[in-house]
Design a protein around this ligand. Sequence first.
Ligand code: GLY
Length: 383
Amino acid sequence: MANYDVIVVGSGVIGLSIAWQVGLTGRRVVIVDPHPGRGSSYAAAGMLAPVNEAAWGDEPLIELNVRSAAGWPSFARALETASDLPVGLRETGALLVAGDGSDHAQLEELFKFQQHLGLDSSWCTASTCRTLEPLLAPGVRGGILAPSDHQVDNRRVLAALGVAARRSGVQFLHASVLACLTSDGRISGVVMNDGELYGDLTIIAAGYASGAIAGLPDPPLAVRPVKGQILRLRTRDGRALLERTVRGLIGGQHVYIVPRADGGVVVGATSEEVGEDTSVTATACYELLRNAIHLLPAVGEIELVETLAALRPGSPDNAPLVGAASVAGLAYATGHYRNGVLLAPVTAEAIVALVEQGEIPDWASPFAPGRFANASTATSDPL
Ligand code: GLY
């Protein structure tokens, strides 16, 4: 048994960012996870892409994504300083191209939507796309350049966050959290597979598995697994195939190719509503590679080094749940769906505000967990 100010359940990019930033406030923080840094944050591609991943109906989320993308350079600098480790932030922008006439028409509509929202993008003809990325297939029809859609190396980020959090005094426990403890009408800690922890505030940041923790209050946590399969390849000589991230809409299917500085590329990703299944399937690998090669034929010549499936934490409106739960002593930071890496800076900032001032900032209020309940149930004082 141990007492903490803050217990963070889950050590993906969200839990680690929160633990690091709350640790910097001088509070006693513990982070609990049976497999630290091995969930969807590890599988991710690390894109910081609020513009070319913008989707109709997601306007509040897009605003949050843009805010967090703008905060990434300073977050990355602070993280590199705190950990003495590089995080691979590459501010090279991203290009989204169309494979056929119908894809082209869809991207024109997306471009209009981006312009309507005032997002940073420009339309490129087919020849401009190939000037920007000479290895693109000759059949590419044109597309959208998003100069401020950048990337980080998510695995380097996880490693750096682990070091930074430890250096800020955070304790790490390799354990499974089974349930929350309740005492005097508030959450007072957690039950693990090998003991109990007590804390003034418990923050659930366990991704898609957050809702499986027993003892959470009503309403049930609206988070579900959304499977993503993703591939990693590399050139043998470290030669770069691309200058920037290239995404394709190919016969109506999305694919992205994210180039790393060492000649590696990440090709992703499927989006499948199949429950807690993390098998890698032949069809997914085939379709990802087929679309990637259609976009960038050189992908067919390089080495396939990893296939992986992980579960994104999906929410009913694709946006995260960040803030106080309906019972004192409990908060959520989960449901980040496709945007966990991107949203780490603003999520940590919102939770630090909750810890220090008792409420999340106004800009985060559209993402309060209580939005899925019939009536507002969030407490104003989480501590
Ligand atoms: N944000 C990229 C993905 O979820 O696949």
